[in-house]
Design a protein around this ligand. Structure first.
Ligand SMILES: NC(=O)CC[C@H](N)C(=O)O
Length: 646
């Protein structure tokens, strides 16, 4: 009986799911944070309003279902028992409630820590009363998200300032410096603190949403900590571009205030050809705005920044020089976290960065040709161990290509619950098997080697000519330890380890989206992809390939077994950090067996088979409109499927 109910329920759910008019690969959710504790020191009510506003201006560049669908978490950290602080907390709370009510959103959860004070000797040290707003909302098309890096469509974009005020002229902006980053630099708090009205937040949010849906925004960024100048420069730094800006204000305004006041607002970049449409729309919606100038694409010359206020030049510099200053604080931290040599390399290299040289000479949206389709889908064992992760992405990627993916734990093999005899492929997934104790994948390899049942099962699979194996990251480390790739062939025993994945030269865990070039190799999963350059997720602490003897590396290179490599912005294999995140010789990022059946990669193609999973793709690849649905890495999985169909 219970079964019948369950079956009914499942088929009912399946029907409902099938009939839903939603594209599940496009919908998602967006979340953002806002907090303004320093401004709250001057005016707790304004601080609370600014925290809510910042959270929304951070959220508004994702395509949300509706402003009224936004939900918030409120986290309060306050020294509430100290004199005057209870009243400040109350002011902040009342202001936040009223502001949210006016906008039409609400808090649905949160947490508080109301004893944020400590006695140090005879002194009581208080944390500034802080409200952190985390907002979240359904996202109707995750691909439409607008990012802050300038795109310079057709070589230059037009930059528009949205002051988020109800008055129609930007000359009425009070440009208050209280609680700003600039004030902090002068060890001051200031007096006059910015504030914001709910109506202008609603208007701007909705206008941005509409422009996103019409694909009229090339980039966009909110104005918050650091003010208008910081917003503009951050956009230029991210896009590797120059700027020619003239802020159209009357000459009485003090440049320092205009540039550094943290009045709520936003800057958007639009295509020259969309300008008339956007201007008309903003006028029609009565949203105040001013056109600031242009973004300039990175050319052969280093990009320049020119900023004027009402025709008077206030800043002229090369973008890279300003970016070096802006990055310096991060590098100070990095010098404490990573090898000094690597940090130095990254810092000097930054000046010379241009856009990654992505190159794809096939259409990833066109499926790989299958010789003759199989009656039954080939089976792939997605093998995981205690501490593995990424098994779902791996299963999804192989399923997308037509495989029947099975979730197999090492214990299933040990207990003989499954045999690999029915499988055409195995995929060893990434992660932290046995918490990387004694070195990455060492515990996993021990299970595979020293449990006789598992050892026999894996060996039988490896020896069958109709099988293939794929290892990613932790799985790659395992395949190296098992000698499935780069074995020491001078040993009499088959599969003797000849390669070890050692700690990255930076001395730390690297998490990046690195440019990867497919080499010409016998790897069946990389067939027809030679020369492809595209970004791939890197996420490891132990990715540096150390070969037992130089002749093993030599053989890998001469037999074309280095299947993929990290490349620089010129598309040349590199050992330079951070383009090569771990210091592997000749930029080697993955290795295959001479017969091409076994492939072990340190980066994660399974985490970026869809374009939306890539944090950056060139405009020509297209994130929206006529975009490619898939990244080139889908082809690895389709190639494996096609190989099984031979
Ligand atoms: N993502 C991974 O698989 C990480 C592998 C391993 N734990 C490392 O840090 O190197």
């Amino acid at each position: 009986m219970a079964f019948e109910i369950e079956d009914d329920l499942i088929s009912e759910l399946r029907n409902w799911f099938d009939n839903l008019d939603v594209d599940f690969f496009r919908v998602g959710s967006a979340t953002a944070i806002g907090e303004q504790p320093i401004k709250g020191l001057l005016d707790p009510a304004a601080g609370a309003r600014l925290s809510v506003a910042e959270s929304l201006t951070n959220l508004m560049f994702a395509c949300s279902t509706d402003l009224k669908d936004v939900k918030c978490s409120g986290n309060w950290m306050w020294p509430a028992k100290q004199e005057g602080e209870g009243a400040a907390l109350l002011d902040a709370c009342v202001a936040m409630c009223n502001f949210m009510k006016d906008i039409g959103i609400a808090i649905d959860g949160g947490k508080d820590s109301l004893s944020m004070a400590a006695r140090v000797n005879s002194e009581v040290v208080k944390a500034p009363g802080t409200l952190v707003i985390s907002s979240y909302v359904g996202c109707s098309d995750i691909r439409l998200t607008v990012t802050p890096d300038l795109k310079c469509p057709d070589g230059k974009g037009v930059l528009i300032y949205l002051p988020m005020r109800s008055s129609s002229t930007s000359s009425n902006i009070p440009w208050r410096l209280g609680g700003s980053a600039l004030a902090q630099c002068f060890k001051q708090l200031g007096n006059d603190v910015p504030d914001v009205e709910p109506y202008s937040v609603v208007c701007t949010f909705n206008v941005i949403q509409s422009l996103i849906k019409d694909s009229k925004l090339a980039s966009g960024h909110d104005i918050s900590d650091g003010g208008l100048i910081t917003c503009l420069l951050e956009m230029a730094f991210g896009g590797n571009c120059g700027l020619i800006i003239d802020i159209p204000l009357n000459s009485e305004e003090k440049p320092l205030n205009v540039l550094f006041a943290e009045e709520v607002g936003a800057v958007i970049e639009v295509k020259q050809t969309d300008l008339d449409f956007v201007v008309e729309y903003l006028n029609c919606e009565k949203v105040p705005f001013s056109i600031l100038g242009k973004s300039i694409a990175h050319d052969l010359e280093p990009p320049q920044i020119f900023i004027s206020i009402h025709g008077t030049l206030v800043l002229e510099s090369s973008m890279t020089e300003l970016r070096d200053m802006w990055e310096e604080t991060s590098f100070v931290l990095e010098r404490r976290q990573a090898s000094l040599q690597c940090v130095r390399q990254e810092q000097t290299g930054l000046k010379h960065r241009i856009a990654p040289p992505y190159s794809v000479n096939f259409d990833p949206d066109v499926k790989v040709n299958v010789p003759k389709p199989l009656a039954e889908a080939p089976k792939i064992a997605i093998i995981r161990e205690e501490g593995s992760n990424g098994d779902r992405e791996m299963a999804a990627a192989f399923s997308l290509a037509g495989f029947e993916a099975w979730d197999i734990n090492m214990v299933d093999l040990m207990d003989k619950k499954v045999s690999l005899s029915a499988f055409r492929g195995v995929a060893f997934v990434g992660g932290f098997s046995y918490a990387d104790v004694c070195g990455s994948a060492k515990g996993w390899a021990a299970t595979a080697r020293f449990n006789s049942i598992v050892q026999a099962e894996l060996y039988a699979f490896w020896a069958r000519p109709d099988t293939f194996s794929f290892g990613v990251c932790n799985g790659c480390q395992l395949m190296a330890l098992l000698g499935w790739v780069a074995p020491d062939t001078t040993e009499t025993k088959k599969c003797s380890q000849g390669l070890l994945l050692d700690h990255n030269t930076s001395g730390r865990y690297e998490s990046r989206f690195s440019s990867i070039q497919v080499q010409s190799s016998p790897a069946l999963m990389l067939k027809g992809m030679e020369g492809t350059i595209f970004g791939m997720w890197v996420s490891h602490g132990e990715g540096r390939m150390v070969f037992k003897r130089p002749d093993i590396l030599h053989q890998i290179e001469t037999c074309n077994l280095a299947a993929i490599k990290y490349v620089d912005d010129q598309g040349i294999p590199t050992e330079a950090y951070p383009l090569n995140p771990n210091g592997s010789p000749s930029g080697i990022a993955g290795i295959c067996s001479p017969d091409g059946r076994h492939l072990a990669l340190m980066p994660h193609p399974e985490r970026c088979v869809w374009t939306w999973q890539c944090p950056w793709v060139p405009e020509s690849y297209g994130r929206r409109g006529a975009q490619k649905q898939f990244s080139p890495w889908i082809k690895l999985f389709q190639n494996a499927y096609a190989w099984c169909c031979q």
